[in-house]
Design a protein around this ligand. Structure first.
Ligand code: NAD
Ligand code: AKB
Length: 332
């Protein structure tokens, strides 16, 4: 047994009380594709103890075990309120949602989760229990009647998927809570995100992750999109940086309170396959388009993110060759 002096005991007690009193960041949906990497990045800056990971899942990945984890169903607003009060949470990143492909299979459940989860968090901010909210939207807010190339920030928006409808409605509610209740909610329309640290959660853009796994495993991949299904994409580290940058930007810089277009790079499955072939010459690609092709056709080829560039200095860094290299190295 180690015996410590009374002075040391008092100092450690003061430090412990200070840690408890510090305001905390809560990431909801932290076991998902974005959540894991966001928790790790936030903890680098704020310290492990100050970033609480939470998810509906009972078991969480080892990679986020260095700091607190609380199991939470975002639909349970009473538990969310207690968690926020008891832990002095002041900033929330709400990532729990059903993504485009999965949502098409359970439309009413997806609508309920994607909307009610957002309301539960916005209401806490309206009541001033939390000070800042991040909630992601998606390129899925656009539809067939939106301009497909360099889609503007403000344009026709007629999403045809339940996911896109929920994201567009969410954007309108975010702006409403900002205008009516002065809620500091910030949002990005993420493109398809590519990463290797955790599996993607049921989206239309998931092929751009699966392809690397199969390329390494069997040197071949059957793609559920057509060869020319061009979509906006981004490497995860750029997306995490964008998330942290928009949250750190001075409040007055955030002029768009619905959600910002965010552009990374755009490519189609054929272009990605060609880049992979440079690294794995035996790689071959087949195509068997399914229902996700129709979703992809309704989304932009590329988006104009000049509002994000002007308002909070957004700049994408990693291009397609960088993505291929990072994915193959990371997965190997
Ligand atoms: P994901 O599916 O990988 O992760 C979502 C997490 O939420 C999962 O760990 C899941 O267990 C959790 N969750 C589900 N229901 C919950 C509930 N009731 N309570 C608490 N947690 C629950 O999703 P992701 O790719 O990390 O996406 C996160 C957010 O970003 C979503 O809102 C998504 O729409 C948005 N987004 C993602 C992408 C992308 O390419 N990954 C692109 C655009 C927007
Ligand atoms: C999906 O494909 O559903 C997501 C997205 C672009 O919102 N990756």
């Amino acid at each position: 047994m180690t015996i410590i002096s009374f002075d040391d005991y008092l100092i450690s007690k003061v430090i412990f009380v200070q840690i408890l009193a510090m305001s905390k960041i809560l990431v909801i949906g932290s076991c998902g594709q974005i959540g894991i990497e966001l928790v790790l990045e936030l903890r680098k800056t704020h310290g492990n103890h100050n970033v609480i990971a939470s998810d509906i899942k009972e078991n969480y990945p080892q990679s986020i075990a260095e700091g607190p984890y609380i199991q939470l169903d975002i639909m349970n607003s009473n538990k969310l309120t207690s968690l926020v009060k008891e832990n002095n949470v002041k900033e929330v990143y709400l990532l729990a949602a059903l993504l485009s492909a999965t949502a098409e299979k359970k439309p009413l459940f997806a609508w309920e989760l994607n909307m009610q989860g957002l309301f539960n968090v916005l209401e806490l901010a309206k009541d001033k229990l939390i000070e800042k909210v991040f909630w992601p939207s998606s390129i899925a807010v656009f539809g067939k009647n939106s301009p497909a190339d360099n889609t503007p920030q403000h344009t026709i928006m007629e999403p045809s998927t339940v996911y896109g409808i929920s994201k567009l409605a969410g954007e309108r509610w975010c702006e409403y809570y900002f205008n009516k209740y002065n809620v500091d909610v910030r949002s990005i329309r993420y493109p398809g995100l590519i990463s290797y640290k955790s599996a993607p959660g049921g989206g239309t853009t998931d092929y751009a992750v699966d392809i690397f796994i199969q390329a390494l495993k069997s040197q071949s991949y059957t793609c559920y999109l057509k060869p020319d299904a061009k979509l906006p994409m981004m490497y995860m580290s750029d997306a995490i940086r964008a998330t942290i940058e928009i949250m750190q930007a001075p409040r007055d810089n955030i002029k768009v309170r619905s959600s910002y277009n965010l552009s990374g790079i755009s490519f189609d499955p054929e272009e990605l396959a060609a880049e992979i072939k440079r690294e794995i010459p035996n790689f071959s690609m087949n195509y068997a388009p399914d229902f996700r092709q129709e979703i992809a056709e309704s989304w932009p080829n590329s988006v104009d993110d000049s509002f994000a560039k002007n308002d909070w200095n957004w700049e994408n860094k990693i291009k397609i060759q960088g993505i291929v290299k990072k994915m193959l190295d990371g997965l190997s």
